[in-house]
Every structure is written in C-alpha cells, then in structure tokens.
Ligand binder design. Structure first.
Ligand code: ADP
Ligand code: MG
Length: 354
C-alpha cells in the first residue's frame, strides 16, 4: 500500500514547513560514505575532492507556472536564465563555472522550433560564459515545461568560499543593485492582466527596460569571482542573492553562527527601481530585501581587506557581522533596529515561489 493510501495516517502539509524546513527535514540524517565528499547539502553547491582539485556542483530546476509564464517569458530568455541561475550558485562558491548538463521535460504542445528557441538561449549563455554543455536528459511532460540544469566548476580547495566562515566584525558586501528583478516580474504580471482583460491592449513597457532585463535576462557575477582573483581577495563567506537579500543574510547569519547588522540606507537600489517601486506603492528597499532573482553576490570580508574593495562601483558595504546574541537586524533610516525576516520566494509556502 502506498503511504498516500493509508487513511489512518495523519499528514503534515508541506506548506507548514516551507521550502527550507522541508529540505532540513529530508536531509538531516543524510550520511556520506565517501571521504571525497567535502561539502554536501547546505551551501550553494556541493564540493567533491578529486586529487589536488575540487569539483563544485549545483543543480536547479525551473517549472512552467511556478518560475516562469510562457505568456511573457520568451523561450530564448528562459533558456539563458535557466543556465544563469546555476552558474550563479557556482560563482557563489568563488569558483568559475566550466560545464553544464541540461534536462528538459516537454509537453506535446511544444513544436521543435520552440525547443530550438529554448536551446538558442542555453547556447548563448554557454557562449557568453565559456561553458561546455556536456549532456542532459529529454523526456515528455503532462504538465508544462520543466528545465533542470546542473552546473560544475573546479577549484583549489583553499580558494572555495562557503556560506559559513564569516567572523565577527567582518564587513558585509553586496554586488550590483537589488530589487530590480522582482519589479520586472510585477510589470510583466500587470501587463499580462491588462492584456487578459482586453486582447487589443499593447503592453506599456516604456521606462521599464532595466527591471525587465533584470527579470528576463539576468547575469551571473562571474566577473566578480575574476575580480577577487585579480585583487587577491578571498571573502570569508559568500552566497548568491536568489531569494531576496533578507533571506540570504539570514543564511549567512545561521551558517556562520553570528548576528549581523545591515543599514537600510546602504542597500544598493537603482534609482529606476526606486521610481518603479513607488508606482506599485512599494518601497524599493523592501523589494531588495524580500524580492528575489537578482543573482548578485552577498559576501563578507575581513576589515583588513577593505582597501581592496574601497571605491569599487560593483561592491557596496551594507553592514557588518556581530556577535550572535545581537541577532540579524536591519537598522532603518531613523535608526530603528528591526529583526530581519525571510519571506522571500518560499514556493512551498502559500503564494510564493523559489
Ligand atoms: P540555492 O537557493 O542556492 O539554489 P537551495 O535553497 O535550493 O539553494 O538549496 C539549499 C541546499 O539544499 C543546497 O545545498 C541544495 O543542494 C540542497 N537541497 C535542496 N533540495 C534538495 C533535495 N530535494 N534533496 C537534497 N538536497 C537538497
Ligand atoms: Mg544559491
């Protein structure tokens, strides 16, 4: 008898746990049988020791209707993005990605030309980032398109940066600017709703180019990893910002077993993001904290390395690591101390996605 047929058993709804709670529950008793497994579950990528080098591996899946809507996500962009989200996790380990595998599940409403379009995006990302596409799997699907990518890279063990590793008083740094991808999605959703009401309406996307690009064609910050190597800088901890800054800060705080204090006024938000946020009666900083899909990097550095990043337009110091008891807080413009909460893309909790 399948577990689902057992009428006696009481079941727990997955939404009670949320995505992170569920992952914790199903992975807490995982044992490793090989000394070569240096890092398993719990970071942006797993790390396997192979002789003098380590292989770093990460996998992510995009599902139609959860992560994208084909009404507004062009297939080529989707293929590109599916690769990027995985490269971003390898970069978050301070490693340059080198290979991917791509698996797709297709429904029969997909003509060959559509699959070719999707792959044009996959290949473009491979070309931009010098990635070898080395395999995958193709299957049919009864409920829309799924695309799963596994990305790999190799590195010396001592160069790998984990989510854990931050020390008290380390500076917290974010790359690029945040919140744009979330607003890009809000615009696409709004224009889709307008179109559904009146099929003659043309989408009004004027002035939204930046945030639409952030949503539809994100980039992985491989350039930052290259910059670290040139600067001779090794962050003490790092994570990519895929689920909103707040959620990632909490990961760093938890895995490094420290508190952290982040200043609202320091969070990098592009002026166009601020303006568009207002159109939606939102605050740009809230979009940065609780939105998602920016694929920037969040890292910590020792204060003695500050001079290496000082004045770098790609990097903004937003706060510092503190003792654990201080908690993980946002210091607002008016000096209020607000505990950070993660209600980013928690797909398995109601109304959200990851
Ligand atoms: P990211 O946002 O960086 O892609 P996730 O939040 O998806 O990371 O995953 C967190 C960690 O949990 C990762 O180490 C990932 O490999 C692991 N993980 C996620 N889902 C599963 C699963 N179903 N089984 C085993 N490990 C998982
Ligand atoms: Mg990640």
């Amino acid at each position: 008898m399948s577990i689902l047929e057992n009428k006696e058993q009481k079941f727990t709804s997955i939404s009670n746990l949320g995505e992170f709670g569920l992952i914790d529950q199903i992975t807490e008793d995982i044992k490793h049988y090989h000394k070569t497994t240096i890092k398993g579950v719990g970071d942006d990528a797993a790390v396997i020791k192979l002789g003098d080098l380590c292989q770093v591996i990460s996998t992510d899946m995009l599902i139609e209707g959860v992560h994208f809507d084909l009404a507004y996500a062009p297939l080529k962009h989707l293929g590109y993005k599916a690769v990027i989200v995985n490269l971003s996790d390898i970069c978050a380990m301070n490693v340059i990605p080198t290979q991917i595998t791509v698996s797709i599940a297709l429904s029969n409403r997909f003509p060959v030309e559509a699959v070719e379009e999707l792959y044009a995006g996959v290949k473009l990302a491979c070309k931009h980032y010098k990635i070898d596409l080395i395999g995958g799997d193709t299957t049919s699907s009864i409920s829309g398109l799924m695309i799963s990518v596994t990305a790999m890279g190799t590195s010396k063990e001592e160069d790998i940066v984990y989510r854990s590793g931050a020390k008290e008083k380390d500076l917290i740094v974010a790359t690029g600017d945040l919140g744009g991808a979330y607003l890009g999605l809000q615009i696409l959703e709004r224009e889709k709703a307008v179109f559904m009401e009146n099929k003659n309406m043309q989408p009004d996307l004027h002035g939204s180019e930046y945030v639409l690009e952030r949503q539809l064609k994100p980039e992985a910050r491989k350039d930052i990893v290259e910059m670290f190597k040139k600067m001779d800088l090794k962050p003490t901890s790092m994570i990519d910002i895929s689920d909103g800054l707040s959620s990632e800060l909490l990961h760093l705080s938890k895995t490094s077993d420290l508190g952290l204090q982040v200043y609202e006024e320091k969070i990098p938000v592009d002026p166009t993001v601020m303006t568009i946020a207002e159109e939606f009666s939102l605050n740009g900083v809230t979009c940065a904290l609780n939105g998602g899909e920016d694929y920037e990097l969040l890292f910590t550095i020792s204060q003695k390395d500050y001079d290496k990043i000082k004045g770098n337009p790609n990097m903004t110091v937003i706060g510092y690591m503190s003792e654990k008891n201080a908690g993980a807080n946002l210091i607002t413009h008016d000096s209020k101390v607000m505990p950070l909460t993660a209600h980013g893309w928690n797909s398995l909790k109601k109304n959200d996605k990851d």
